[in-house]
Design a protein around this ligand. Structure first.
Ligand code: C2E
Ligand code: MG
Ligand code: MG
Length: 739
């Protein structure tokens, strides 16, 4: 209805019957009934804009009863003042912009301007807002006089919501992700800008084509069949797919396809959204690489090796074929690292990795376990154990020879390194991976024992060793709890055989069995970490004994040496361990001597020196044990705050028959004396040895000649009635070390 033209309602003869409003409009019963049942809100006003009729739909829409609205002005009730003034400004009917007094009047002024329905916001009785489309018509009588106004309003909130959704959809469509809309026959209907950016195809090039234009060929027919099956069943599919750009480049994308269904559930379109996940793939592969590959050699690391070994065992079981595990250790790698530096060491490892990889077939695995230890896993070596062993040995020999070739690590200088190899065969494992690795490890130790540069297979004899080891380990674990350790002491004397102190030596006395010597269990205790609690126990016992000695004038000035293993010394709280033990028993720190071996001095030099200095500060002294068997380096003696060195007994044994040993011993004594260190000769068994050593100015002695290791009780009982003279070594703790 167009208000400009006006609406002419036929005049009802009996308007007076009508009681709905003041100055009721001219509605007959029929009209009233139609209005009452109309689906849209109908509001009639008189010429002044006062409401005279308000139908049922209007009541529902706005929440008012007719009684509440009839006779009132519509703007005050249903309209937003802002909207009216905005409309007035738009049509310039009120120059100052103030809304007209009555909406009917306002409408009447607008009537020439309003062409059609307009959108307004109605305010409901409860204050809520409702968007409506409102058509206003002027009601005229037969002579054309204005009788009132007819407003017909419909709720457009649903339309508004859809418009809003469409706006969002339009923005979403131009999002970062590529979007492609196809019809049910997969003809492309629409693509967005991101699609063009990602694929290189413009909208014009893509529309009318099928998504097949992007196919990379990397997915097979089965892949697409599964995809369509999921689309058919669930209405959508998502996953990773490789597509091809216009320039031919293949890229990975994450694709989501959703079917669009009409009201009857029939698929009418497909919407595909996809984004380039190349960066994600790169990151993923980097993470994978870091987790499973050794950064130095780019070889699989231990973690990946264990995975593969696991798989290999499963497939060996299935195929009935043998496999082999080779553990390869570079002989004397540590020396090279220490003498030439870590860069050269790294260079060697990279070269070893390269040669190893070249020695194996595709499908076999070469991995770096850590340090200078590599592992090669060979698979499918046949179903006969003997044949498999032969094949494994052939590969091992090839590796051994290959690794023995000269290395050019530092310019043109050639370096030679050999490798020791331990092999363990596997066959659909009844053994666990752990056992398998342990077996190869044992075989490796056998290869090293055999003089290195050798290959050894794990065999049943080795299995016995392994079992014994396991038994020993279990026994050791129980020993501490059951108090089966005993501390012995062996006397130390000066040149005139006066007792000056003793060395504490550990023993293990399993119940009902022979006493076990430390060389038979300390290496294992080191390996398993049990040496740490054992070491704490030894220190405790030693300090308790020192305290006991202090109370007896015959032993009050004797010092006690305690052997400290590398692992124990490396404990972060080692200094505190020693200080605590001394304090607990009130022992004199100046009578405690700690014996360290050279191997301990190779790593973390600064940390070792720091700990030694901390202990020196409270009076504890240090002795370098087994000197001559390791690097026998002068630099150790100068760098570390030692007060004493002990010549290993292997040199003393033949001192009178082997001129080389004699020369070494003389040199060590001379070196010690020059550096103002006291020198102890270990393992002195006879007078001849003692005489020779005295002659060459060795100051202190230990060995069966002066006393075997004995219990504390026996040691105390062996002390004479006279207290020994002040027996602290003549040479005071030297400050001759240079840091
Ligand atoms: P070590 O510290 O060099 O101790 C000297 C070893 O030589 C002792 O062996 C001792 O019994 C032996 N010995 C001494 N004089 C003679 C001799 O005249 N002839 C012969 N043939 N041997 C002699 P033992 O007690 O079997 O200890 C072996 C090694 O075990 C020690 O060598 C030391 O490295 C280690 N050890 C002993 N007790 C402990 C301990 O409490 N803690 C740690 N970490 N290691 C210990
Ligand atoms: Mg010792
Ligand atoms: Mg020794």
């Amino acid at each position: 209805m167009k208000p400009s033209q006006g609406a002419v309602l036929p005049c009802c003869p009996d308007d007076a019957r009508h009681g709905i409003g003041i100055n009721p409009p001219l509605l007959c019963d029929l009209q009233l009934s139609i209005f009452e049942h109309a689906g849209r809100a109908i509001i009639l006003t008189n010429p002044d804009g006062l409401i005279s009729y308000f139908n049922r739909a209007a009541q529902q829409m706005l929440g008012y009863t007719p009684e509440e609205v009839v006779g009132r002005e519509t703007p005050l009730l249903f309209h937003l003042a802002d909207e009216i003034s905005a409309c007035a400004r738009l049509y310039s009917c009120e120059p100052d912009g103030t809304p007209p007094a009555g909406f009917g009047v306002f409408i009447s002024r607008l009537k020439l301007k309003i062409r059609d329905e307009a959108d307004w916001t109605y305010v409901r009785k409860d204050g809520s807002h409702l968007p409506v489309s409102l058509a206003v018509s002027v009601l005229r009588d037969a002579k054309g006089g204005v009788q009132g106004y007819l407003g017909i309003a419909s709720d457009i909130s649903e339309r508004r919501r859809m418009e809003h959704d469409l706006r969002i959809a339009a923005i979403a469509f131009e999002s970062q992700a590529a979007i492609m809309v196809t019809d049910v026959n997969q003809r492309i209907l629409r693509v967005n800008q991101a699609f063009t950016k990602l694929t290189g195809y413009s909208a014009e090039e893509a529309i009318g084509q099928t998504p097949g234009m992007l196919k990379s060929g990397r997915q097979d027919a089965d892949f697409y069949a599964a995809m369509w099956c999921s689309l058919g069943q669930c209405g959508h599919w998502q996953g990773e797919i490789w597509n091809r750009r216009k320039n031919g480049e293949i890229f990975p994308e994450w694709l989501t396809i959703s079917g669009v269904r009409d009201g009857r559930g029939k698929v009418t379109h497909y919407v595909s959204t996809f984004s380039d996940i190349s960066n994600l793939k790169v990151a993923e592969s980097e993470i994978h690489h870091l987790a499973f590959y050794d950064p130095l050699t780019a070889m699989p690391n231990r973690r990946l090796l264990l995975n593969r070994l696991d798989q290999a065992c499963v497939s060996a079981k299935r195929s009935g074929q043998f496999g082999a595990l080779l553990i390869i250790d570079i002989d004397h790698f540590k020396t090279l690292n220490d003498t030439l530096g870590h860069d050269v060491g790294d260079h060697l490892l990279v070269e070893v990795a390269r040669r190893l990889s070249a020695c194996i077939r595709e499908g076999d695995t070469a991995a770096r376990q850590g340090g200078d230890e590599f592992v090669v896993m060979l698979e499918e070596l046949g179903s006969e154990q003997e044949g498999a062993a032969v094949q494994a040995e052939i590969v091992a020999e090839k590796i051994r020879l290959e690794l023995a070739r000269p290395y050019l690590l530092n310019g043109d200088t050639e370096y030679f390194r050999s490798a020791s190899i331990g092999i363990s065969l596997f066959f659909g494992q009844e053994k666990t991976i752990d056992i398998l690795l342990k077996q190869a490890d044992i075989a490796l130790y056998k290869a090293k024992d055999a003089g290195r540069n050798a290959i050894r297979f794990f065999d049943t004899a080795m299995q016995t060793t392994l079992d014994e080891r396991a038994e020993l380990e279990a026994g050791l674990r129980r020993a501490l709890v059951r108090d089966e350790f005993v501390l012995y002491v062996q006397p130390q004397v000066d040149a005139v055989r006066r007792l000056i102190g003793a060395e504490a030596l550990l023993r293990w006395q399993p119940p009902g069995r022979a006493m076990v010597a430390p060389n038979d269990f300390i290496p294992l205790a080191e390996e398993t970490g049990l040496i740490v609690p054992i070491g704490v126990w030894v220190l405790d016992q030693a300090c308790a004994e020192l305290r006991r000695w202090a109370d007896d004038p015959r032993s009050a000035s004797l010092f006690l040496s305690v052997n400290v293993s590398a692992r124990q010394f490396r404990q972060a709280d080692f200094v505190a361990q020693v200080a605590d033990a001394l304090a607990r028993h009130g022992a004199n720190p100046r009578l405690l001597k700690l014996e360290l071996t050279e191997s301990l001095l190779l790593d973390n030099v600064e940390e070792v020196i720091e700990k030694m200095l901390a202990l020196r500060a409270i009076g504890v002294r240090f002795s370098l044990d087994d000197f001559g068997t390791g690097y026998a380096s002068l630099s150790y003696l100068k760098r570390f705050p030692f007060e004493q060195l002990k010549v290993d007994r292997s040199f003393i044994r033949d001192i009178n028959i082997n001129p080389d040993d004699a020369a070494i011993v003389r040199a060590i004594i001379a070196m010690g004396n020059t550096l103002r260190l006291s020198v102890v000769a270990e393992g002195v068994e006879d007078d001849l040895q003692h005489a020779y050593l005295v002659k060459h100015e060795c100051s202190l002695f230990q060995g069966y000649l002066f006393g075997r290791p004995m219990s504390f009780d026996d040691f105390r009982a062996s002390l004479g009635s006279e207290p020994p003279p002040r027996a602290d070594p003549a040479i005071e703790p030297a400050d001759n070390w240079v840091i």
